[in-house]
Design a protein around this ligand. Structure first.
Ligand code: AFP
Length: 295
């Protein structure tokens, strides 16, 4: 079944929005071979941007503006929320155009992460109407959730997204993807990591959040980029990384946390809001809450 058929039961504007983003994903997929150079400009977080980031960002901005479906757009690569005057619908989008972009040079999987809101994007993630990501790996896959299950499609040779897995549920698993340096772990987090290790959890951390969470969604376990000594507020972004991927994992039967509460209940203080991130199985998230409540 093709993506457009699968979306048939949804409100037409929402369906068109997902399809538009899927089309932008195809352009980005095709752009990798020709656009590998590195530029020396920095994004609003002071990180060096690759040309591909900026290009992918512009592809999405142009396509979403042209769609007439989006009024507010926040991008990881832009300092402010963009507003598109004259849009016929009122959707708000958050986008991380190429998460894991430092891995492009070594040909590892990277992805586009999208959050979909009705209206403002500066509200808790719980208010999202949907989220999706496109993963550019050996295959290009599109995973979407509009509050009716989590579904995965693969881009085929004809340029169609074809259903690969419907109603994905996160299984039990023993993988953990721990970001940050161990020497800087906070006390509760260290106890939690030691507990996972004692249970035989295996490390799988690639440096691409979207790829690492995708693996957890399929194999179980937990991803974390915690707060740590010197950066207690965490490194990853609530709007662009934590919320959309967290929404998908929660809808697939998993859980999210900043170490104490669901990511989806956090009130963002702006587009650049960073947060400690735990995303994965309920069991693992309950366990970090237990260790943190003892601190
Ligand atoms: P880039 O998009 O700049 O490559 O950052 C990727 C990321 O935000 C996230 O995808 C990774 O999990 C995390 O950073 C990796 O960070 P470290 O390099 O500190 O491990």
């Amino acid at each position: 079944m093709k993506l457009q058929e699968h979306l048939a039961g949804h409100e037409p504007e929402l369906r068109d929005l997902v399809l538009k983003i899927g089309e932008s994903g195809k352009k980005i997929h095709r752009g990798f071979a020709s656009r590998q150079s590195v530029s020396n400009t920095q994004n609003v977080y002071g990180e060096t941007q690759m040309a591909l980031d900026k290009w992918a960002d512009q592809v999405l901005i142009d396509d979403l503006r042209a769609s007439g479906l989006v009024r507010h757009l926040a991008s990881e690569e832009q300092p402010d929320v963009l507003e598109f005057e004259g849009a016929k619908a009122d959707y708000g989008i958050t986008q991380d155009p190429l998460d894991g972009s430092s891995l492009i040079g070594v040909n590892l999987a990277v992805g586009t992460i999208i959050g979909i809101f009705k209206g403002s994007v500066l509200v808790p993630g719980r208010e999202m109407v949907g989220a999706m990501y496109i993963l550019y790996g050996p295959l290009t896959t599109l995973t979407y959730c509009l509050r009716k299950g989590v579904h995965e499609f693969v881009l085929d040779d004809n340029g169609d997204y074809v259903l690969q897995k419907e109603n994905i549920r996160i299984p039990d698993g023993k993988i953990f993807a721990p970001g940050a340096l161990r020497k800087n772990y906070l006390f509760g987090h260290m106890k939690w990591i030691e507990a996972l290790e004692a249970e035989g959890y295996k490390i799988r951390f690639s440096g691409s959040f979207v790829a690492d969470v995708h693996q957890i969604l399929h194999k179980g376990g937990v991803f974390t980029y915690p707060g740590y000594v010197g950066k207690e507020g965490g490194k990853l972004r609530l709007l662009f990384e934590g919320n959309p991927m967290g929404f998908i994992v929660e809808q697939a039967g998993g859980a999210t946390s900043d170490g104490r509460m669901s990511l989806l209940d956090i009130e963002p203080d702006g587009v650049a809001h960073r947060v400690p991130i735990y995303v994965g199985g309920k069991k693992e998230i309950d366990l970090i809450h237990k260790f943190n409540s003892e601190v």
